[in-house]
Design a protein around this ligand. Structure first.
Ligand code: CP
Length: 337
């Protein structure tokens, strides 16, 4: 009988120790991959990748991760399957999860990934919703660990997110405070994290001894930062708000050389990408010596391998060689008749 699946919808569903164990697995898989020795732990396994929105990093990293682990990924692009159209979401989730071993879903509404998980017989991994982006931020914390001074504990790491309270900002706020890091969001009041997010982050801090600061003073926010992170100022569907958002963020909250000069010299620049060069960040910062954006992107691949192994490998129940031989003989005998 199949074990009831555990899903990866929100880092808040996992303890700090579980997240650290996942990050250690990612480190091991990256090292194995760099040595040309990625183990085929998921041979014969299929991943269904549901995308309601386009994607470069999430789509490619999950698909390549499956190939490297010996499995197979199906790209189910926007409009390609019946997802709540001509068929209930519940039926789609039930059917897909009887055919594949794991589902990754990028959805427009967070409720969709919750409903998929509630009706799936296999693990569902959240590849971004309008609320959060947990796979991105696990990868980001791994990247921060790689780029922190050796031996620097997480309790001394300061992360400043400059800009809108996006889904990435939400997840970053949660995971940083879970880890005991010090998280700041710098944005105009109207674009700051809602109270509900702050409540969760403050509860995390009670356990982790991390901290949360929300401010409109961007210079103070970057002045002690180890990592300065930004994201798009608007997304698909927010086009009507572009003039207001431009006016609110530009030029004060643009991550440019002048702002980076206010940060410690060791501070690193991060962006989940895609970026609007010349809007929330300049070319000089994106391509400058403090930028780690491409390491960050590459680590999505190693993170997806870690997630897939972590959520799928323990569920695999390969038949014993005796049982496999028995079935093979039955089928070969039938074919020989
Ligand atoms: N950061 C990220 O999720 O990128 P994509 O939208 O390209 O997947």
């Amino acid at each position: 009988m199949l074990v009831k699946p555990r899903h990866f919808i929100d880092t808040q569903d996992f303890s700090r120790d579980e997240l650290l164990r996942l990050i250690e697995l990612i480190r091991l898989l990256k090292a194995a991959d760099k040595a040309g020795a990625c183990p085929k732990l998921l041979a014969g396994v299929s991943l269904g990748m549901i995308f309601e929105e386009p994607s470069t990093r999430t789509r490619i990293s999950f698909e390549v991760a499956m190939t490297k682990l010996g499995g197979h990924a199906l790209y189910l692009k926007p409009g390609e399957i019946h997802l709540g159209v001509r068929e209930s979401l519940r039926d789609t989730a039930q059917v897909i999860s009887r055919m594949v071993d794991v589902i990754e879903a990028r959805v427009l509404k967070h409720q969709t990934v919750l409903d998929l998980a509630a009706n799936s017989q296999v693990p569902v991994l959240n590849g971004l919703s309008d609320y959060n982006h947990p796979t991105q931020v696990v990868s980001d914390v791994f990247t921060m660990m790689e780029h922190s001074a050796p031996g620097k504990p997480m309790s001394e790491v300061k992360v400043t997110f400059v800009g809108d309270a996006t889904n990435v900002c939400s997840s970053l706020m949660m995971i940083c405070t879970q880890m005991g890091m010090h998280f700041t969001q710098a944005a105009p009041a109207r674009y700051q994290a809602p109270e509900a997010w702050r409540t969760i982050a403050k509860a995390n801090n009670q356990a982790s001894r991390g901290s949360l600061r929300i401010t409109d003073d961007v210079v103070a926010a970057v002045s002690d930062a180890d990592f300065i992170y930004t994201d798009l100022w608007w997304w698909v569907g927010q086009e009507a708000e572009i003039p207001d958002r431009q006016a609110a963020f530009m030029p004060t909250y643009q991550v440019n050389e002048a702002l980076l000069a206010k940060a410690p010299p060791h501070a690193k620049f991060m962006h989940c990408l895609p970026a609007s060069r010349g809007v929330e960040v300049t070319d000089a910062v994106m391509d400058g010596p403090q930028s780690i954006i491409y390491d960050q992107s590459e680590n999505r691949l190693h993170t997806e391998k870690g997630l897939l192994v972590s959520f799928v490998y323990p569920r695999l129940r390969p038949a014993s060689p005796t049982l496999a031989d028995y079935h093979r003989s039955l089928i070969e005998d039938f074919l020989a008749r």
